[in-house]
Design a protein around this ligand. Structure first.
Ligand code: ZN
Length: 156
């Protein structure tokens, strides 16, 4: 399978059968991420234990295939990992999407999310691909949750 059909396949799979779509009970963080240029909205929820491990995560919302698949793959990557590792993977993903990292042996750490590599050549989709990841970064770095900061309260 070439990279282009792999990309389509993975996008379709994560849109038709998202693994992590849903609503979390008692999340540590809930944050809305919006990409006005495409009309994508996600509500990201994470539960983090006292050791700083991301134990559960879900998303909700609507938007294009890239935005929704990307956040589903992100949750595949970060659930069960410490916050610092999630942030490290996020900067790797963002660098890939902006075309700064192209080495597949490095990008394989992103697992399926590395299938979005060619988005670096599709400028109109870049903001869709990074939406979930930036929302997660904002949560973890700034401790933002419902009612704080610029993001709005999750009304799901
Ligand atoms: Zn989009």
């Amino acid at each position: 399978m070439d990279l282009k059909s792999l990309y389509q396949e993975i996008l379709n799979e994560h849109n038709l059968n998202p693994t992590h779509k849903g609503v979390l009970e008692n999340p540590t963080f809930t944050l809305r991420g919006v990409n006005p240029s495409c009309g994508d909205t996600i509500y990201l929820q994470l539960k983090i234990d006292s050791d700083g491990i991301i134990t559960e995560g879900t998303f909700n919302g609507s938007g294009c295939a890239v935005s929704q698949a990307s956040v589903d793959m992100m949750l595949d990557d970060i659930i069960g990992k410490p916050k610092d590792e999630a942030l490290r993977l996020s900067s790797l993903f963002v660098d890939m999407i902006y075309g700064k990292i192209e080495d597949d042996s490095v990008l394989e750490q992103l697992d399926e999310a590395s299938a979005l590599k060619n988005i670096s050549k599709m400028p109109a989709r870049v903001k869709c691909a990074v939406l979930g990841w930036h929302t997660m970064e904002e949560m973890l770095k700034n401790g933002k949750t419902e009612g704080q900061g610029t993001a709005e309260h999750c009304s799901v």
